[in-house]
Structures are given as C-alpha cells and as structure tokens.
Design a protein around this ligand. Structure first.
Ligand SMILES: *[C@@H]1O[C@H](CO)[C@@H](O)[C@H](O)[C@H]1NC(C)=O
Ligand SMILES: *[C@@H]1O[C@H](CO)[C@@H](O)[C@H](O)[C@H]1NC(C)=O
Ligand SMILES: *[C@@H]1O[C@H](CO)[C@@H](O)[C@H](O)[C@H]1NC(C)=O
Ligand SMILES: *[C@@H]1O[C@H](CO)[C@@H](O)[C@H](O)[C@H]1NC(C)=O
Ligand SMILES: *[C@@H]1O[C@H](CO)[C@@H](O)[C@H](O)[C@H]1NC(C)=O
Length: 353
C-alpha cells in the first residue's frame, strides 16, 4: 500500500544566530497602551459642561479626556460621559461619590497614576452599572480592587504590587472575559479559587508573578493562559484535561523539569500553541496531534523523541506541528530520526540553533 502524500520538507535552521523570543508576542505584554494612550492634549474645544481641566470633543461628547494633566484628584465628571480617560496623572485617591453623576460610564482608564488600595473607597466602582472596561495598570495597588460591577468584561491591573486577591471579590462577574494581572507579586495561595465561577473567562495573564504552583479553580471556558516568568516546578496530574477550549498556553521561564511534568500533562486536545521555553526539561513532552507551534528553546533536551508527537502514524494520523524551536538544547541535526517527516508532515521550520 502506498501512502498518497508528499511531505513538505521542513527548513532546518542550524548554526544560524537567532534571537530568542523573536516570535510575535501579540497577546503578551503589548501594554495596555491601545490607541487611547495617545495624548489628547491637542484635541479641540470642549462641550459646555466638561470639567475645565479636561477635554470633551464635540464629535465624541460621551468621552472625557483628562490624561497627562498632572491631576492629583479626579475632576468633576458631568452626566452623560461613558468613556473616561484619566491615565498618566498623579491621582492617589478615589472618593465614594467620584463617579456619582456617571452611572452610564462604560470605560474607566486609570493607568499610570499613584493609586493605593487604602485610598480607594470601598464602593467607588460598584455604582457603575454599565462599566465594561476598567484599566488600572501601573499604580501602587497591593490588592485587587473591588467589588466590581457585574457588567465588566475586561479588567487590566498589570504592573502593580498585588499580592492578594480577596476570595470572592470576582464572584458573579459572569461577563468577564479578559483579566490582565501580569507584573504583580501574586503567589498561588493568594489566588486559589479567585477565578472560579467566571463563566465566560477566556484570557488570563498571570505572567511575571511569583507563582510556584498553578492556581486551582480556573474556569473551563479559558482559551488563553499565560504563566511565563513564574517559579512553577510541577504540573499536577491531569491538570489541563478539563480545559476543552484551551488553545494557547505559555509557561516559559519557569522551573519545569521532567520529574514535575506527568506524561500527558501537555497532551491537551484543543491546544494550538505551547511555550515551554527557558525551563529545565530533559525531554520533549508528549503533545496533542493538533498542536501547531511548540517552543522548547533553552531547556536541557538531549534526544529527539518522535513518540512525543506521534504515537501512531497513518494517512490521517500525523502531527500538525508547523514551527518547532529546539535551539539552546543539546540536539543537532544528526539526532533527528530519519523517519521524522512521516510524523512531522507539515513542519515548515525546525530550529535547532
Ligand atoms: C455632578 O455634576 C454636577 C453638575 O454638572 C457638578 O456640579 C458636580 O460637581 C458633579 N459631581 C461629581 C462628583 O462629579
Ligand atoms: C508609588 O510607588 C512609587 C514607586 O515605588 C513611589 O515612588 C511612590 O511614592 C508611590 N506612591 C504612593 C502614593 O504610594
Ligand atoms: C452579560 O452580557 C449579556 C450580553 O451582552 C447581557 O445581555 C447581560 O445583561 C450581561 N450581564 C450582566 C450582568 O451585565
Ligand atoms: C495524546 O492523547 C491522545 C488521546 O488520549 C492519544 O490518543 C495520543 O496517543 C496522545 N499523544 C501522545 C503523543 O502521547
Ligand atoms: C550533548 O550530547 C552529547 C551526545 O549527544 C554528549 O556527548 C554531550 O556530553 C552533551 N553535552 C552536554 C552539555 O550535556
């Protein structure tokens, strides 16, 4: 019997100088700087009831721009504002009635200020019955803020000093899809169970924290999980098996060794991209057939085990790996098995460094 396929031969890159981490980190720290980050100081005249320190453009009257104005307190916010930009100021406190006039507020941007938890009044946010985005990165928070309105869908609290998430503070946020918590000081005990019950959660970034374990109680709706740059040494048996939607998993720059990774830990049927670079793995872990991108650069891998990609090889059974990085390990071209392309049929780039 003949197999009717023509393998696409992979480009073997070896001996080429390459910068680690040259692949696109689109979802990583692109920064909360979206286009709103551009200074609004050049905007034209304001509508009549705008706060004098701020700008409310005529053609966008539901927005009030107060960024980059050295403000120490939140200005008066007139009724009707739905988008409030307060980033890059010196705001230290939020009073209970700061947003009293604007229950229709949808976006509240507070990045790059001097906020501390002690000076944010407990119910500062809870009256905002339409709030969907709260950005409060680059402040001096030590705990996650809350309670937050149940309408929230995007919460960004990166680059603070958060070491604690009060249990249940995120409870009932049934529409929350994105949480950005990278660059904080979170330890696993302080977050276990924190994300439980977030029925729509898709994206959780916990990279650049101090986790030594994966947090318990992550919702099964998750598609994207980033744990880069923590101190994780173990993956509990079957930990990811319940995550039927998980597509992107990053665990680079942790302390993973073979002994801490059970055999099928990363054989997660829905996974498309897996980043295990900069760990201490001695072998290639078993991965799912559908995985497309696997980053294993800078580990201690000595052997190319085809079995990690294909348990069986057949006309329809083969690995979907396109891009495989193995540079910074102890593998050279001679270590690659001759029958490699019967399994890695669509690999277009295998990087051996
Ligand atoms: C609410 O709006 C009124 C009238 O525009 C204004 O005088 C008052 O200062 C506002 N309050 C706050 C807390 O912004
Ligand atoms: C916030 O942290 C910065 C840097 O650690 C510090 O300089 C500043 O004084 C802090 N501000 C407040 C209000 O605590
Ligand atoms: C969640 O989103 C749906 C669809 O946009 C909306 O109908 C519902 O009211 C939202 N729930 C809350 C608590 O805001
Ligand atoms: C991954 O798991 C599937 C389903 O349990 C199994 O059929 C497959 O052989 C596993 N792949 C590897 C490389 O172990
Ligand atoms: C790399 O692998 C070769 C054999 O494949 C072995 O002789 C050598 O000691 C290894 N080097 C390191 C640094 O482990």
């Amino acid at each position: 019997m003949h197999l009717h396929f023509i393998p696409f031969f992979a480009v073997l890159i070896s001996g080429v100088l390459c910068t680690f981490y040259d692949y696109g980190y689109d979802g990583g720290y692109a920064g909360p700087e979206g286009d709103y980050y551009v200074s609004s100081l050049s905007l034209g005249p304001s509508t009549a009831n705008c706060a004098p320190e701020c700008t409310c453009p005529f053609n966008y009257p539901s927005a009030m721009y107060c960024d980059n104005r050295k403000l120490k307190v939140i200005p008066m916010v007139p009724a009707g504002i739905q988008y409030l930009y307060l980033q890059s100021n010196m705001i230290e406190a939020i009073e209970e009635d700061a947003f009293k006039n604007v229950t229709e507020l949808k976006w509240l941007i507070l990045d790059h200020n001097q906020l501390t938890n002690g000076k944010i009044k407990k119910n500062a946010f809870s009256s905002l019955k339409h709030l969907v985005k709260l950005y409060i990165s680059f402040n001096n928070l030590t705990e996650l803020v809350g309670p937050l309105p149940k309408t929230m869908d995007d919460l960004r609290v990166t680059n603070n000093k958060i070491s604690k998430i009060t249990p249940n503070i995120l409870e009932g946020l049934e529409n929350l899809t994105h949480i950005h918590l990278q660059y904080n000081a979170l330890k696993e005990d302080s977050i276990s169970g924190a994300f439980k019950g977030l029925k729509q959660l898709e994206y959780l970034d916990l990279s650049f924290n101090e986790l030594t374990k994966l947090p318990k109680g992550l919702p099964p709706s998750i598609t994207t999980l980033y744990f880069d740059n923590n101190k994780i040494a173990n993956i509990p048996d079957e930990f990811f098996q319940g995550f039927k939607a998980l597509q992107y998993l990053r665990l680079s720059n942790n302390k993973l060794k073979d002994g801490g990774v059970p055999g099928n830990a990363f054989n997660i049927s829905s996974l498309v991209e897996l980043d295990l670079s900069f760990n201490e793995l001695g072998s290639i872990p078993a991965v799912n057939e559908g995985l497309e991108n696997l980053y294993l650069q800078v580990n201690k891998i000595q052997k190319f085990n085809l079995n990690s990609f294909c348990k069986i090889i057949g006309p329809l059974e083969y690995s979907k790996i396109r891009h495989l990085r193995l540079d910074g390990n102890n593998i050279s071209r001679v270590d690659l098995p001759q029958d490699m392309y019967s399994c890695l049929r669509v690999a277009s780039e295998i990087d051996l460094g």
